[in-house]
Design a protein around this ligand. Structure first.
Ligand SMILES: Cc1cc2nc3c(=O)[nH]c(=O)nc-3n(C[C@H](O)[C@H](O)[C@H](O)COP(=O)(O)OP(=O)(O)OC[C@H]3O[C@@H](n4cnc5c(N)ncnc54)[C@H](O)[C@@H]3O)c2cc1C
Length: 512
């Protein structure tokens, strides 16, 4: 197995429950085993290490969100992967996501079939076990309270504006609205998948080896069958089956470096083609986001426990997913830590505004990942294709205006001197607001879809089957958010854990 992130750590833990199976988990970054070894820098849930581009637990990729908007995205490079450096928001994909993926030829992803795994992976500390929730799984889930004055003002403003209350954002049948954020942070500690799934008693299993500091350079394939991996130092490690869980940027990169991808691209770089698979890298999917900073009349108290405030999901009214009775395709996520604090690792910054992250979360597949050189050390070319459709622009306009309206209403207006941008005349005019959004566009860092799953008959649409098996190459799988055909309507961390659970179950049952 390559990569011990949100999906990889889960898969390794579940597979090694079977004493008949031997698992070697290779992780590029370090492999701390205990909370002490991770240390407060990676565990403090009031901080988001992945927001710091110079943090030792991350690696950074230059990307273009639009042709005019270069950006830097990060990924976790440490045991637990991006769950070790992320925001800790742990919200399930919506029923509509599972219905869509299932209808694309992946029946194992139908809502009714994944619900038992969603329950098995969690220990919902607020709601306990029930038809919708689990009470014994490895991922402890707790909802963030809204007693911080900024969170309480956001809640009251949202309810005054008539948004629904959504007390459980992990209830897939609930209408979208304002509610507390489910997180995998408990008592101020962000519990990444390594802590939850690979505690010392699991790591001491005789059939499981976890090896950090072991970046893999490519998959070794002989006669159409994966036979192992080649490390960056050139060492070949043989295996009966290879699973790539290196994340939605590195897994497609490793496939391309191994000769699995679009033929023309591989030939241009002199990489021998093992399998012409146009879908690899062709459908990168992520969520565009802008930050609305609001200035406070008085510095707020430091956040307790987590950086997260409240969270509002609403419908944009745009397109299929923006239906007013639908799942909500816009997210307004409140941070109780200023952006300058998140990017520098500080929980308070006197005088600094607080941000709302406004993201358009309708599923979209506008991006592309391709290689620049046949070299693991050369970051791939990443184009996100944000704002390339009128719907993108309409959705984000809707999200920005809805957030600005909340800021201007009494419960919030009492706390703030206003929005640091956009100015009222910009807000009022579509063209001016589009330009502001284009100048300020960012990403929620929810990359998916770079090795999409689906039936074998359309190599332009799908590279793997619903259990992550590469079409056309035996004994090779991908198990991470790469395989999701598009980014779900909510952040993908909980769904990445689900990928690990679903594929581990299929492997253990020997599903053909
Ligand atoms: C800053 C940030 C904040 C985020 N916040 C949230 C959030 O709050 N909620 C949410 O739902 N989602 C969030 N996400 C997204 C979420 O964390 C990811 O979608 C999820 O972790 C992806 O899981 P994965 O298993 O696909 O990959 P990852 O978790 O990224 O794991 C990949 C692993 O593979 C390893 N690896 C990579 N290349 C190699 C190689 N060549 N050899 C060996 N190992 C390798 C990496 O070091 C890493 O450990 C955030 C992401 C980022 C970057």
């Amino acid at each position: 197995m390559v990569g011990a992130g949100a999906a990889g750590a889960v898969l390794a833990a579940r597979l090694s429950e079977d004493p008949e199976r031997t698992v070697l988990l290779l992780e590029a970054g370090p492999s701390p085993a205990t909370e002490e070894e991770f240390g407060p820098q990676l565990l403090d849930a009031r901080l988001v290490p992945g927001a710091q581009t110079d943090h030792p637990g991350t690696c950074v990729y230059p990307v273009h969100l639009t042709p005019e908007r270069p950006w830097a995205v990060t990924r976790g490079r440490v045991l637990g992967g991006s769950t070790t450096v992320n925001g800790g928001y742990f919200v399930r994909a919506r029923r509509q996501d599972f219905d869509r993926w299932s209808a694309m030829g992946n029946p194992a992803w139908a809502y009714d079939r994944v619900l038992p795994f969603l329950r098995a992976l969690e220990n919902d500390l607020d709601l306990g076990a029930g038809p919708m929730h689990g009470g014994q799984g490895p991922m402890r889930v707790r909802r963030v309270g809204t007693d911080h004055p900024a969170a309480a003002a956001f809640r009251d403003a949202a309810l005054t504006h008539g948004y629904s209350v959504e007390p459980d954002k992990n209830d897939l049948d609930a209408a979208p609205g304002f509610g507390p954020v489910p997180t995998n942070s408990v008592n101020g500690v962000r519990h990444n998948t390594a802590l939850n799934y690979l505690p010392p008693e699991v790591r001491s299993r005789p059939n499981l080896t976890v090896r950090g500091g072991s970046p893999v350079a490519r998959v070794a394939v002989e006669h159409g069958r994966a036979v192992g991996v080649v490390l960056v130092d050139g060492a070949l490690i043989r295996a009966g089956e290879v699973v790539l869980s290196a994340g939605a940027i590195s897994s497609p990169q490793l496939l391309l470096l191994s000769g699995i991808g679009p033929r023309a691209d591989l030939e241009r770089l002199g990489i021998p083609v093992l399998r012409d698979t146009p879908a690899v890298g062709a459908h990168l999917s992520d969520h565009p986001q802008v930050v609305l900073d609001w200035t406070l009349r008085h510095d707020p108290p430091a956040p307790q426990g987590t950086w997260l405030g409240g969270c509002l999901h609403l419908a944009s009214g745009v397109g299929e997913f923006g239906d007013r009775d639908g799942p909500g395709d816009l997210e307004v996520l409140q941070s109780l830590v200023p952006m300058s604090g998140l990017t520098s690792g500080r929980t308070t910054v006197p005088g600094a505004p607080l941000p709302f992250m406004v993201a358009a979360q309708a599923p979209r597949r506008t991006g592309r990942l391709s290689l620049v050189r046949a070299d693991l050390a050369a970051p791939p070319r990443l184009h996100y294709g944000f704002l390339s459709t009128p719907d993108d622009r309409r959705r984000l306009r809707e999200g920005v205006r809805a957030t600005a309206a909340l800021l201007a209403s009494p419960p919030m207006a009492d706390l703030t001197t206003g929005c640091a941008g956009p100015a009222p005349d910009v807000l009022a005019a579509d063209g001016a607001l589009d330009r502001w959004i284009a100048d300020n566009i960012g990403t929620a860092q929810h990359t998916c879809g770079t090795v999409p799953m689906g039936p074998v008959d359309d190599p332009r649409a799908a590279a793997v089957d619903q259990y992550g098996r590469l079409h056309g190459i035996r004994a090779l799988r991908v198990a991470d958010t790469s395989i999701l055909p598009d980014a779900p309507l909510r952040g993908p961390a909980a769904t990445a854990v689900l990928v690990g659970e679903v594929i581990a179950d299929a492997m253990r049952r020997g599903v053909q």
